[in-house]
Design a binder for this molecule. Structure first.
Ligand code: SF4
Length: 308
């Protein structure tokens, strides 16, 4: 969808800091409501219910206006995730610069800040991000679940995979910690080792998350698979109708083997903070992460697993 076709509103909010209920805890910051990237599998589309929008997801955006964060230092050491139900670097950020404003307000906070995006617009703010990286713990994550631009184009209106990878490299080379978020992993389509090989020299972490089909978009995805990947229909039926987890359990084992093969750490549900040596990103298993919410953020594998 063209930028000019997005319906834009302006809204006043009391605060831009929202206590998070994601596994990462801390705060979620979303400088916009809605997201023009319009990913077909977007779980954030449930936001429509709470924000009075009846338009299709991806066709509207509310630009938030919030009172300036007065005491940013009170967030020192706190986890702050920017872009949990929008992409702060969506194309309209070029015009409204809300994410840049937010970063300016937080740059001396000392927060533990993670920016999630599917864009290379982040490069516009590289100078500011480098400055922030001196005073905060800063990480930038790009979601990449395919190297196939055609599949990507079927799934979202965000930047091409090549542009995401090239932005990741530039940010990594600038000394900022980066994540390649392989999410959502589409069974039979997402090749995690191919993506790993492409990204391993330019990221510190690889996160793996399964495709979770719930709500209104389940039927859309199932129809898409039937149309474009008919051979995968039985597999999707097994996983998403019959709730058979063996595909992702096997994939978890494959990911663990891959970690050994490339001499990488393999951990559950954590965000370890060290920068790692080039080519050996830590691989973080987030499969079915909603079930491990609240578990100890220890950098270890979960207890009671057969591979321990
Ligand atoms: S980029 Fe994220 S928030 Fe935006 S539509 Fe895609 S999944 Fe949803």
């Amino acid at each position: 969808m063209e930028q000019s076709e997005i319906k834009v509103n302006h809204i006043e909010t009391k605060s831009v800091m929202t206590k998070s209920n994601t596994p990462l805890g801390g705060y979620s910051l979303n400088p916009y409501v809605g997201c023009p990237h319009a990913c077909k599998y977007c779980y954030a589309s449930f936001m429509k219910r709470f924000t009075g929008h009846s338009e299709p997801w991806g066709t509207f955006m509310d630009v938030k206006h919030w009172p300036t964060i007065k005491v940013p230092k009170k967030y020192a050491g706190q986890k702050i995730v920017i872009g949990t139900v929008t992409d702060g670097y969506n194309p309209l950020e070029e015009t409204y610069k809300n994410t840049r404003k937010l970063l300016e307000e937080l740059k001396d906070s000392g927060g533990d800040i993670v920016i999630c995006t599917k864009s290379d617009l982040v490069l516009r703010d590289l100078d500011l991000l480098k400055e922030m990286n001196q005073k905060c713990r800063l990480t930038i994550s790009w979601s990449i679940n395919t190297l196939d631009e055609e599949f990507k184009n079927d799934m979202d209106d965000a930047a091409s995979i090549e542009r995401r990878l090239s932005a990741m490299k530039e940010v990594y080379d600038a000394g900022i910690r980066t994540i390649c978020f392989i999410s959502p992993v589409f069974p039979g389509i997402t090749d995690i080792e191919a993506i790993f090989k492409r990204a391993k020299d330019q990221c510190d972490l690889i996160w793996l998350e399964n495709l979770n089909l719930r709500g209104g978009f389940k039927a859309d995805i199932m129809n898409y698979i039937a149309e474009k990947y008919p051979d995968l229909v039985p597999l999707y039926d097994e996983i998403y109708n019959k709730k058979n987890r063996s595909y992702f359990e096997d994939l978890e084992k494959k990911a663990e083997k891959m970690a050994k093969k490339y001499d990488c750490r393999f951990v559950d549900n954590v965000t370890p903070y060290e920068r790692v040596s080039k080519g050996h990103p830590t691989i973080v298993n987030y499969f079915y992460h909603e079930e491990v919410r609240g578990t100890e953020n220890s950098g270890q594998r979960r207890k009671n697993k057969e591979h321990e």
